[in-house]
Structure formats: C-alpha cells, structure tokens
Write a new protein. Sequence first.
Length: 480
Amino acid sequence: MIMKNYYITTTLPYINSNPHIGFASEIIRADVLARFHRDILGEKVFFNTGTDEHGQKIYDQAKEQKISTQEFCDLQVQAFKKLKESLNLSFNSFVRTTNEKHIKSAQEFWKICEKKGDIYKAKYKTKYCVGCELEKTDSELNDEGRCPLHPNKDLQIVEEENYFFKFSNYQQALLDFYKDNSDFVQPNKRFNEIKKFVEQDLKDFSISRLKTKMPWGVPVPGDENQVMYVWFDALVNYISALEWPDNQVKFDKWWPGVQVAGKDNLRQQSAMWQAMLMSAGLLNSQKIYINGFVISNGQKMSKSLGNVIAPAEMVDRFGTDGTRYLLMALSNFGEDVDLTWERMIERYNNDLANGLGNVFSRVIKLSQKIELSDKEIVEYIDKNFDLKLEKYQADFEQGRVEKLLQEAQKKVSEVDKRIEEIKPWEISKSEPEKFQIEMLNFLLKLKEIKEMVKIFIPETADKMEVMIETRDGEGLFPRI
Ligand SMILES: [Zn+2]
C-alpha cells in the first residue's frame, strides 16, 4: 500500500503581540485536520507553523522597548512556541522567518521570479496600513478614509522607489487555475470573493522597502539598499519549511500543501502566493481553508473595548482539551465565531461536564456490576467495534471538522436516553442477561464516542480508553 503524504500549514502570525484567540482557533483546526489525516486515514503528515518576524511593526516595537530587533523576536517567539504544549498541538515544523535557512530560501525564490522577468523597479506612492501590513487603495478605505480593520491607526503615505511583482501577468493563469480546481478555497463564499477580486484589474504589488527607512527585512539579492517587504518573504515559509530549494526530495514528497488562514489573509494566500508560485515554476497549493474571525458579543475583540479573550485565559479556565473542544464546537467553519465567557461556560457544562463527562462516569460505574472480567469485556468491544470514521472525509475536505463533534454529541444523547429507558440499576438483579447485553453495548458506544472525539481532545481520549478498559475512573470534565 502506498502511504499518502499530507502537508498542512497555518499562516505565520506576527510576533509583535502575544498569540490571539483567532490564531489559536486557526491552529487547532489545522491540528484537528492533521490528526484526522494521521490518526484516522493513516497518512504521513507534515504539519508546519511558525512566526513572521520581519516588518515595520516589529521594528518599531523593539525600538520602543530599547532592545535589538532580534532580541525582541527571540523573546516574543517563546509565547508562540508554548502553544504546542498548552494547546497540545502536533506540529512537527516551526519556521521563524529570521532563521538563516528561511532567509536563503526567500532570496532564492526572489532570484527565480526576477529571472522570469516578474520583478521590476518603479517609483511608488501609496497609502499603507501598518496594522494590516498592506497597501490600501481608496476603495478599500472606510468613509473616513481609514482602514476599516484599523480605524485608529493613521495610514502612512509611502513614496519611494521599490521593486514590484508583476501580479498583473497572472490574472488569466489564476482564473484558469481556479476553474480547474473547483474546491481550491473553502468555504465557497470566500472562493467567490477571491475570484471576483482577480477578475478585476490586478495591480502589481510592491515587494521591497528602502533599507534606510525599514532595515528589518530580508536583503534583496543584488541590491543592498532594499529589503524584502513582508509578504514576499513570509509566504515563502510554506516551502522553506520543506527546505526548498536545497532538499528537492523533501519538497517533492510534501508539496503541494494545504493552508489554513484567517479571512483577512484570503488575498495573500489564494491569489498573491499562488501567482508567486506560478512565477517560480512551482506547483500551486492544494487547498486553502479560510476561517472567520473570533469576535465577542458581535464585536471585534480589542483592548480598548476590554473584551479580549486570550488563549492562555481559556486554558486556565477550561483546560487544554476544554479549550480545544470549545473553539471547535462553537464554530461553524468559515463564519465568525462569537465567544463570551457566559456562552463558553454554558457550553462547557452542557457538552462536557454534564454530557460527555457524565455519560462516561455513569456507564463506567454501572458497568462495575457486569459479571465478566475486564479482559472479556475488552475482547467483546474489540470484536464488535465497527466505526468507520473515513466517511467524514468529505466534511473534513470542506474544513467542517466540527461535524464529527456534533455526531459524537448525538451519540452521547442516545446513550443517556437509553439509560433512562432501561434503568440498568433496576434490571441488574432481575434481568441479569439483559443487563449484561445492554451494558456491553453502552461500553461499546463509549468506545465509539472516544474514537470520534480523540482528534479534538486527545488527552481526555486517553483517559477515556483507560476508563473503558479498567471500568474505573470519573470526573473527565469537572463542572465549572
Ligand atoms: Zn489595516
């Protein structure tokens, strides 16, 4: 049998601030997808994440704190690396864009596009939002002439001679590619959005800055006065992670990959990066999953509104698995996720403490009355276990990982209902045979539930397995 290879990557968050909940939600979805392909489909998985460490914001902030920019990056990156443990993530690659190998990769990429004739120098004047690290045309600004995502930040007027990438060369090629790959961007409404964007006149975008104004970037090959502008450097991480271009074997093994991003990254991932790949003569990405934002009570989270929910706070309150569960269960892939503490606590208690946790405690306790050995019970379960999770592949292909959680919760309700119906505690003496059959079936159901949730809450799933095998234990999710 040929083992399939699956490469998945998140975007690389800016390290100018601590990891926010939107990124936590993005990387947990990527982790669940990675675990589905690894643990359920039995594929080989390469899972990449990392940090974007160049750009104006990072440079300014280090200056403010009076430390070197690299020192600032080295401090900030810790919070992102810690996510691996606190959110139990299974990534096996972490790219820092200030890493020497990545820098070399980005420069090689530049040289190939330049040779192709897709990079040229031109005078340039534009409005620029430091918040987005994106140039803004007037049509993208709000009525006050400000960035709608960063209305409190003044737009910069950038006027200098820079290098440009001939995005306009790739309009038709991109549209053809989209046509041939009808599920390239998920969900569909985001795919339609990017198609519309590419159908308009594609404007070449600037890919460098004057070093005198912005020294913190990858040096442009052959021009010591310019550094690469963030995207042209950062996007290359998806292949520098595979040691492109030095390790062709590794690159061919894993590329093309699947990318998970937020909706503010739609254009960069599904158009700009794809055109860059075409220019470099490399295969396009396989698929782009676009998440909605995580908001609170209908509003964007912001320090000034005081409604920021940090991933670390969630972990303190709900534990690692509680956090992983809530961020997936409360989401509807592609839509914004509206989180409040009240909503999360309610859902935690309903689904986990009173639902999943309670059904395990109940069944395990009742099962202690079965007059069979643990070994006989485990044998029964193994013999009768026939759950095929591969059937959820279509949902996973569309990014809708939460569907499997909903199905698991249905099963929890079914078990609960059946317990109430047959009242095992009443029949354990009067109808011992029926009791045994029913109880074995309940344990089998627990095993199925465990299999269904294990890619979402892996640590708890291990505890569930022990509970089933030993008929002992309780309190998977204490009530809050
Ligand atoms: Zn902005």
